[in-house]
Design a protein around this ligand. Structure first.
Ligand code: NI
Length: 300
């Protein structure tokens, strides 16, 4: 039985989200659930879940085997820990996403980020939409970011540029122009001085839109900073105008090599099964997007 959501946004919160591109919420998950999530995250990162498939990697380093990772991330951790399926966090996050973007808004992907104690690296300023591999769709996406311990400026809480959600996707580049690094950094023109820093209690959350410029500082504390992020979107449609994201075309990351190898050895079937389980292939509009995306990737 899916859990029932306990959080409802007010009209004011909805208005603020659309104006500023982000929202701060005090609690989406109770302390008992957050404690369980922490245990799951620590296990998944320790086991290197998803690494061979290219779904666990360092966001900011060269991601070499056996090297210390300064900002490890797991894509879709729920594939490696089914207990993540039924959480109040998930129920609340979906209800919020639908309040903001309407009933067609559905889960798209999720990720777990670990910012290790003392050396966890900063997350460069970026817009999430700049990571979309095919820029010729219209994306209406949002992310709900929940820390599993208190998030402060000292351990790398989120910071946002208000109103940046209303503009276009700005130019991005690989940090230090190092194309072996997975992360992207926004190099377009924006006012860093206007950044709003958002500390949160464990189980609280921020919501941000696909174009909201955001980043996070390093972790200078002696406690690891774990964050669980759930992504949602309205099924994307092809857009009229052509766009190019050259910063993705030049990437040469170790994780995409591992992913290609895994898919080639039959991983694509596992991936299709996972998408089926997550309901991607039973929603007609989402299915249409998946088909178009794959066809366009083959002919590109
Ligand atoms: Ni982001």
């Amino acid at each position: 039985m899916p859990l029932k959501p306990t959080t409802i946004l007010t009209e004011d919160q909805i208005r603020l989200f659309h104006a500023n591109g982000f929202l701060q919420l005090p609690v989406l998950s109770p302390p008992s659930e957050v404690a369980k999530l922490r245990d799951v995250f620590d296990r998944l990162f320790a086991q290197k879940a998803g690494r061979k498939e290219g779904f666990q990697y360092d966001l900011v380093g060269h991601d070499e085997d056996g090297k210390t990772q300064s900002l490890p991330q797991i894509i879709n951790p729920v594939n490696y820990a089914p207990e993540l399926k039924d959480t109040l966090f998930r129920a609340n996050a979906l209800a919020i996403a639908r309040q903001l973007y309407g009933p067609e808004c559905a889960p798209s992907f999720e990720h777990a980020i670990l910012k290790p104690a003392e050396y966890g690296a900063p997350t460069p300023w970026h817009q999430d939409e700049a990571h979309r591999v095919d820029p010729n769709f219209e994306y209406r996406q949002l992310s709900i970011w929940m820390p599993l311990q208190e998030a402060t400026e000292a351990n790398g809480c989120m910071k946002f540029i208000p109103g940046s959600n209303l503009g276009p996707v700005l130019a991005h580049a690989s940090p230090g122009n190092d194309t072996k690094v997975h992360a992207l950094e926004c190099i377009g023109d924006f006012d860093k001085e206007s950044a709003v820093i958002v500390p949160l209690p464990a189980g609280g959350a921020t919501v941000h839109a696909g174009r909201t410029i955001h980043g996070a500082g390093p972790n200078r504390t002696n406690i690891p900073r774990r964050a669980y992020i759930l992504g949602f979107e309205v099924p994307p449609k092809l857009c009229e105008q052509k766009r190019e994201f050259p910063w993705l075309e030049e990437k040469q990351t170790a994780n995409s090599e591992r992913r290609k190898n895994w898919r080639r050895k039959g991983g694509f079937l596992v991936e299709a099964m996972r998408k089926l389980r997550r309901g991607f292939l039973t929603n007609p509009k989402r299915l249409l997007f998946e088909v178009k995306r794959v066809v366009r990737a083959i002919f590109r």
